[in-house]
Ligand binder design. Structure first.
Ligand SMILES: Nc1ncnc2c1ncn2[C@@H]1O[C@H](COP(=O)(O)OP(=O)(O)OP(=O)(O)O)[C@@H](O)[C@H]1O
Ligand SMILES: [Mg+2]
Length: 348
């Protein structure tokens, strides 16, 4: 494994054995994945896709059935139990439901891993104070988890996960239990941790919004398989797999309502979605792109800034013509993805 990779997963398979030991559930199927040092990699998929199983194999919480996982240059299958415990100190983890001890204060929750590891009181105080400042919880040291908001509880979870100065942080649905505002602040904190401390972050989520906001790379898994992966701006502007497209369109509430008339009897319009991306410093002319559709009606338009790109999504309806108009790729575009969505009867 080259040293710019923090994680390398090769031919990983994971089976769970059911009640009946003859029944095997193939939860992870021949997974290959490299995660670069200092990157934020998002793993997305529907419920039951295998996200948590995959994340948990990275710190040995879940065993693998075959294949190999290299983490920080260690082959996990070759480690003794003691070596695995040692490696885990270099891999922090945070959870959807925070996993805090309710009978301990914020200070004690964060300090616990160091106490267990037998550090001196001075060292513990120094490290806990540093982390409470990092996550912005200085004023809550003596509070109990029940006295905190969800976002504050997750800050405690993050501080505790960073207590051993890890090189990797694993996040299992870290913002799924939070309201939109707390989600924003936690995502910003994770981004700050990545940028200032250089920690590699692997996060799993079922929300494309989370991926869009802070990830560099995205991996889409379904039924235990990687079905798509790439840089975030690329996957958002040119999703190849139907499941990725569905996950993305869930982001746009009115996308489906705009198409709700597609089942009508009398077809007069075609609906077309156009996804495109161009580098921020490239000028792009939407008029030129839509020139083949002089009578098009714009049903939806959205432009997001993702990494160094503008990623746009258009939904248009155009009158049915004898021959389908052709959209031509413009030089300034980094990607262009066009999809027919059937017919629209009337446009309000
Ligand atoms: N300990 C277990 N024993 C048996 N089957 C399991 C076990 N853990 C998970 N599974 C099965 O493996 C599959 C993947 O589960 P996993 O928890 O990794 O999915 P997930 O993508 O994290 O889902 P969610 O989004 O709901 O958290 C599921 O079908 C699940 O039922
Ligand atoms: Mg899960």
């Amino acid at each position: 494994m080259t040293d710019h990779l923090h994680i390398s997963i090769q031919h990983l398979n994971k089976y769970y054995t059911g009640q009946n030991s003859h029944e095997k559930m193939h939860a992870l199927k021949d997974i290959h994945l490299n995660i670069k040092k200092g990157s934020i990699c998002g793993i997305i998929g529907r419920s039951g896709a295998g996200k948590s199983s995959l994340l948990r194999t990275l710190n040995g919480l879940e065993s693998m059935s075959s294949g190999e996982v290299y983490v920080l240059e260690h082959a996990l299958s070759e480690l003794s139990h003691a070596q695995l415990i040692q490696l885990r100190q270099r891999i922090g983890m945070i959870f959807q439901h925070f996993n805090l001890l309710s009978t301990k204060t914020v200070w004690e929750n964060i300090a616990l891993p160091l106490k267990v590891a037998g550090y001196s009181a001075d060292k513990i105080k120094q490290q806990v104070e540093k982390l409470m400042t990092l996550v912005g919880l200085e004023s809550k040291a003596q509070h109990y988890p029940s006295q905190l908001s969800g976002g504050q509880k997750q800050r405690v979870g993050i501080a505790r996960a960073l207590i051993h100065n890890p090189e990797i942080l694993l996040c299992d649905e870290a913002t799924s239990a939070l309201d939109p505002e707390s989600t924003q602040t936690i995502l910003q904190l994770l981004q700050q941790i990545n940028q200032t401390l250089g920690i590699t972050i692997v996060l799993i989520t079922h929300e494309m919004q989370v991926i869009k906001q802070i990830c560099h790379e995205v991996v889409v898994i379904d039924a235990g398989e990687i079905i798509e992966q790439g840089q975030v701006w690329q996957v958002f502007s040119s999703p190849q797999h139907q499941i990725t497209q569905d996950l993305l369109q869930r982001n746009i509430p009115h996308f489906h309502s705009a198409l709700s008339t597609t089942r009508a009897a009398q077809h007069r319009y075609h609906a077309l979605s156009i996804q495109y991306a161009h580098a921020k410093n490239q000028l792009f002319d939407i008029q030129t792109l839509l020139r083949p559709f002089p009578s098009a009606v714009l049903l939806h338009s959205q432009v997001d800034q993702i990494q160094q790109h503008h990623v746009g999504q258009l939904l248009i309806a155009y009158p049915i013509q004898p021959s389908t108009p052709q959209i031509t790729q413009q030089n300034s575009l980094s990607s262009l993805h066009i999809k027919e969505h059937g017919y629209v009867e009337s446009i309000i």
